[in-house]
Design a protein around this ligand. Sequence first.
Ligand code: ACO
Length: 326
Amino acid sequence: MYRARIISTGSYLPEKILTNFDLEKIVETSDEWIRERTGIRERRIAAPEEAASDLALAASRDALKKAGLRPKELDLIIVATVSGDMLLPSTACILQNKLKIKGIPAFDINAACSGFIYALSVADSFIRSGTYSRILVVGTEVLSRFTDWQDRTTCVLLGDGAGAVVLEKTRKKQGILDVKIHADGSYWELLHIPAGGSRLQTSEKTLRERQHFIKMKGNETFKIAVRTLEKLVVDTLKNNKIKPEELSLLIPHQANHRIIAATANRLGISLEKVMLNLQKYGNTSAASIPIALDEAVKTNRIKEGDYILLEAFGGGLTWGSALIKW
Ligand code: ACO
C-alpha cells in the first residue's frame, strides 16, 4: 500500500509590505482594531507585473530545489487558487509552461481558503491508487486584485503569496495518514465575487457597483468557522486514535487569530504548538497553509516522526483537515 509523503516545501512572498498603518490612510480603520480583531499587523502585495502563476513558479522552484528534483521529474501539477491569472486557462497549465515542461496533467482546484487541503486530498488519492508517484501541489493567491480597497471589512484581512509542496509515494507508514474534505454550498453567499463569471457578465454597471471584488459576511463566517473547526480537529484526532498531547504542531489556515485560538483551546493544546504567521501575511487563502508549513520546516519546528495537523475553512463554504506523520 502506498502513502503520500511531503518530501519538500517552498514558498514565495512578494516584497511589498502593506502595514495596518498604511491601511489607516486608505480606509476608516485602525491598527488597534485590526490587531485585536484579527491578529494581523501587515500583509504582502504582489507587484503589478506579478500574477498568481509567477508567485506559484517561485514557490515551486523553491520546493523543487530543496527536493533536488527537476520539473521534468514531476508527473502531476495541482494548483489551488481563487485568484488565478485568468478565467481560462488554468493557472496550473500556465505554471507548467513556466516550469518548461509539457505532457503531464495540470489542473486548478477552487475551494477558497480550503483549496490547499482539497488539492492535497486529490494528490493523496492519486498516489494511494498508484496512478502518480510525484506530485507538485501549490497554493497561490493574488487576492489584492480582487480586494475592494474601499471596503474596510475585507481589505484589512487579505494578502498575496504562494506555497508549494512536492509529494512522493512511499511504502512506509509515514506521510499523509488521513485527509478529509467537506463543503456546505447553502452558505455560498457568505463569501463570493458576484461579477465576472457566467452569472453576472462584466459590464459598466458591474464595474460601477464594484461587483468584481470579494464580498464577505465576516461575522457569520466567523461563527460557523469556529464551530466547524473545533469539531473537525477533535474528530480528526479521535478517528486516528491520536491524543492532542501527541500532536507536535497544528498548522491552521491563517484567517483570524481568534478562530485559531478557539480551535487550539478546544483541543487543549497551547499556542506554542500552533504555527502562526498571519501577523506578517494576513489571510492568503489557499496559500496560507503551505506558506506556514514551509516556515515551520525552515525554523526547525518539525522533525521526522512528528504528528502534524493541517486544517482550513473557507468560501463555499468548504473545510478540511490533513493528519500527517512527518
Ligand atoms: N476597522 C474598523 N472597524 C471595522 C472594520 C475595520 N477594518 N471592519 C469592520 N469594522 C466594524 C464593523 O463595521 C462593525 O461595526 P458596527 O458594530 O458599528 O456595525 C464592527 O467593526 C464589528 O464588525 P464585525 O464584522 O461584527 O466584527 P468581527 O468581530 O466579526 O470581526 C472579522 C470581523 C475579522 C472579519 C471576523 O468576522 C472574521 O475573521 N471572520 C472570518 C473570516 C474567515 O475566516 N473567512 C473565511 C476564509 S476567507 C476565504 O475563504 C477567502
